[in-house]
Design a protein around this ligand. Sequence first.
Ligand code: IPM
Ligand code: MG
Length: 362
Amino acid sequence: MTQTLQILPGDGIGPEIVAEAEKVIEWLRGHAGLELHVERDLIGGQAYDAYGVPFADETLEKCRAASAILMGSVGGPQWDGVDYDKRPEAGLLRARSELGLFANLRPALVFDALIDASSLKPEIVRGLDILIVRELTGGVYFGEPRGIETLANGERRGFNTQTYTTSEITRIGRVAFELARKRGNKVHSCEKANVMESGVLWREEITALHAATYADVELEHMYADNCAMQLLRNPSQFDVIVTDNLFGDILSDEAAMLTGSLGMLPSASLGVAGTPGLYEPVHGSAPDIAGLGKANPLATILSLAMALRYSLERGDLADMVEAAVRRVLNDGVRTADIMSTGGREVSTDEMGSAVVAALSAA
Ligand code: IPM
Ligand code: MG
């Protein structure tokens, strides 16, 4: 049965990087027996300009009907003045929430060929393989009440609510423990139980889940600020990190940078089994380099590999794509963000073509 991939290129560099992933899809269709129908639609600022909303109901229905969704990125300065609930980022948050994408997998993997691109010493980052499991549909991103109000004294007050329920914590905890069993069998659970009740509950529920079902997995609790520090001090102590929506946002950017460039990091956002996952690079829309052919398409191509593995049941093709990326890097092909001495600097388009060439050569 032919599956459908819903593509949402989005804003900024989104269209350029997604175009390179589409080259890979084309090759896999022609040479590796991938049966995949591709649909395209708008999200973010582009959707706002065309439809008046950053994630339209019709787009949501198309996403629901697909097997997987591949997104580029959203946002840009031209939408800075747009109403808060219609800004590009709100479209992405609506997609995550409506599609029930509660589990965000953000692997931070250091490729040997890129060891010098990291700002940390090679001996600290060599062989690094961390998986951040970020809760994606709860916490302060979605908690009510929220708003900006004017107080009696004329002062203004902005407020948000951090909330987590037992079921929200245990379902993300399960994802983390299950994934750890297939990797290094170790989970660090990160919160701020020293200052937040939601963190106290998080720690208690993860502890209970661990004792009941996952006692074979090594579990360590860590305050999120300490985790931020430990990621720089001794990142190889980590296997799987499970954390909430806001801490996960911050810690995943930090972990990504250990690998040398935000331009290398893919992500998968998953809901309950049988529903489509959304795959996107961790980096943003980089409006400053949009249209210049400078963007690194590898995070998007690696996101496609995650889609093949987690939603399209083609782990074999995911392996091929990841091997092709590794080969291209070993050959010294570099976009500007990962350029180092001895490398050959290429454009976005040339990087995509190099991955396709590596697939053909394998
Ligand atoms: C991310 C981004 C988003 C987030 C923005 C674009 C809403 O930073 O995916 O990490 O904060 O979740
Ligand atoms: Mg972020």
